[in-house]
Design a protein around this ligand. Structure first.
Ligand code: FAD
Length: 546
């Protein structure tokens, strides 16, 4: 029998799995979709320096400051160390800026004032109304790579990962939780998995898991909307230097820039609708910092749901702490065998995992200490494989490919070396045929969404408009999917991409996009799947994320 089952394949669950495996605990992770099906792929992509929380939530700020350095060290393949800025505009309170600088120093966050002339040279699109600017060690972090790295490291130590398995109930032995009942979304069959302990890392859905054991858990699902702009509007993360609010952070990521976010409590954690008024609000507020945000091309809009711990006051979720809690339900509610971990941020995922596994280890009688902060998650990519890829596509693209596939680069290199393997399928993100085929061959039944998360296919300017078709036909030509599967593969991918495009665009842009979409459908007889039946909820269709 297993010692532990982890529910949830987001950053927290993946971090827990790695920590358990490193302490010698036999464990399996169960996830209802593909990995990062939940919030860990629907977020802003900011590895916080802690600056955002320095004034209001010093404990969270300190945690971020420490974890930021750790994540850079242990997961360089997932971090773009672009740096960050806090900028005060003319209309923002200078007194708050003083308070913020002092609070950052108190929390151990390095802050350095930036000369405004230099700032205008380095960030020419910033508003002329910037009156003060400070550099902080913010960075961009790729949630998919971070989770994939943690999972690969855990699997190498013997841990198991079961995706497309939804927990539909807990196995109870009297008051004790003894395992999980799973619905296998591929076969439609129910499965049972037993373990000494179940760790609930289901993010915004954690309350539902706790309810299966009839224990209360205060989790507020807090929806936030993000806009994806074409190109990099800023070279660094740019935060507005005032009390945290909506539309006050730009994060450059890959070939795009993310502007966010909003904060709206929702009763259902699956509610990821994008209200048009929130898109308009983000554009308006973003343009105060970067005027071009009012007119620059928006590729898509999407929403994610924060798992906040606690009830909050008066309905404003900005007042709920971004800290986290580990709940030992044996001690709290007299229900042994169940531990929940809720709240926090992606930046602090490792610390959350450490604290949850400390509690689990005490129950299991495991003495091994946590080593996740000391050891790199993955060894550096195989230098011979890197050289092979450099030889094929040059140093710049080779670096991107190595970052995207830190654990499986030799297989990708081999696929790229085959005839046609260097041909670019996705121009925006520079994804080659070999990279796609090499990735697809590692998956049981790949959807285009699965490939997108692993390679960034379709995440750039065309949003899958061109590369989606090429990729689907490539998979059929290579015998990875049957030719008759191609229309379904495409329609799910298009529907998911289209959902985000439609919410973000307006005016002439949406007319052009609609025409493109209609033409493609007519040419290839691909019908979009109805709203609500996108990849995210279709068994074996692969989860669809942003
Ligand atoms: C708009 C927005 C922007 C954000 N920006 C940032 C940021 O820039 N930096 C930062 O550090 N943090 C940010 N956050 C917070 C951060 O994204 C989350 O705190 C973090 O991703 C949560 O990770 P998690 O693993 O706990 O949850 P999740 O990633 O949601 O993982 C939980 C998993 O559990 C699975 N699950 C649920 N129910 C079941 C079930 N019954 N059976 C099986 N599996 C199940 C889900 O499918 C999901 O994959 C942001 C959040 C939002 C919403």
């Amino acid at each position: 029998m297993l010692q532990a089952i982890v529910i949830g394949g987001g950053a927290t669950g993946a971090g827990i799995l790695r920590d358990l495996a490193m302490r010698g605990v036999s464990a399996a992770l169960v996830e209802q979709g593909d990995l990062v099906h939940g919030t860990s792929s629907r977020y802003h992509g900011l590895l916080h320096s802690g600056g955002r929380y320095a004034v209001k939530d010093p404990e969270s700020a300190r945690e971020c400051a420490v974890e930021n350095q750790i994540v850079r060290r242990i997961a360089p393949f997932a971090v773009e160390p672009c740096g960050g800025l806090f900028v005060r505009l003319e209309q923002d309170d200078p007194e708050y800026a003083r308070q913020w600088v002092a609070a950052c120093r108190e929390a151990g966050i390095p802050v350095e004032e930036v000369d405004l002339e230099r700032l205008r040279r380095d960030e020419p699109l910033l508003a002329g109304s910037v009156r003060e600017a400070y550099a902080v060690p913010d960075a961009a972090v790729d949630g998919w790579r971070l989770v994939q790295g943690n999972v690969a490291a855990a699997e190498a130590l013997g841990a198991r990962v079961l995706t497309y398995r939804r927990v539909v109930g807990l196995l109870m032995d009297g008051r004790r939780v003894a395992g999980v009942r799973l619905l296998n979304l591929a076969t439609g069959e129910e499965e049972r998995l037993e373990a000494e302990l179940v760790i609930n890392a289901a993010g915004a859905w954690a309350g539902r898991i706790a309810a299966m054991a009839s224990v209360p858990l205060d989790v507020v699902a807090d929806r936030g909307v993000l806009l994806v702009y074409h190109g990099r509007l800023t070279s660094r993360v740019v935060n507005r230097l005032r009390r945290p609010g909506n539309g006050d952070i730009f994060v450059p990521a890959g070939s795009v820039t993310l502007l966010g976010t909003t904060a709206t409590p929702v009763p259902d954690p699956d509610d990821i609708t994008v209200p048009p008024e929130e898109v308009a609000e983000l554009k308006r507020l973003g343009a105060e910092m970067v005027p071009m945000a009012a007119t620059a091309r928006i590729l898509r809009a999407f929403a994610g749901v924060r798992p906040l711990f606690g009830k909050g006051t008066g309905g404003s979720t900005r007042e709920i702490s971004r800290g986290f809690a580990v709940i030992d339900h044996a001690a709290e509610h007299g229900v042994p065998g169940l531990i929940s971990v809720v709240g926090g941020k992606l930046t602090t995922y490792r610390l959350m995992a450490e604290k949850a596994v400390d509690v689990a280890a005490a129950h299991l009688g495991v003495k091994a200490p946590c080593r996740t902060a000391e050891e790199p998650i993955l060894p550096p990519p195989d230098p011979k494989a890197v050289e092979r890829v450099v030889h094929l596509v040059g140093r710049d693209l080779a670096r991107a490919v190595a970052d995207r596939h830190p654990a499986t680069l030799p297989q990708i290199a081999a696929a790229m070396e085959r005839p046609g393997g260097r041909q670019v399928v996705c121009e925006c993100e520079q994804v080659t045929a070999g990279e796609l085929v090499g990735t697809a061959r590692q998956l049981e039944s790949p959807s285009l969404g699965d490939l997108r998360r692993r390679t960034r296919l379709g995440m750039g300017t065309c949003q899958g408009g061109f590369c989606g078709y090429r990729a689907a036909l490539l998979l059929a030509r290579e015998g990875i999917v049957a030719p008759e599967q191609v229309p379904a593969l495409l329609s799910r991918f298009q529907a998911e991409r289209w959902r985000g495009v439609r919410s973000g665009l307006g005016g002439l842009e949406i007319r052009a996009a609609e025409l493109n979409y209609a033409l493609a459908r007519a040419q290839l007889a691909v019908e979009p799947v109805p709203d609500g039946e996108t990849e995210a909820v279709t068994p074996m269709g692969g989860a669809g994320h942003d």
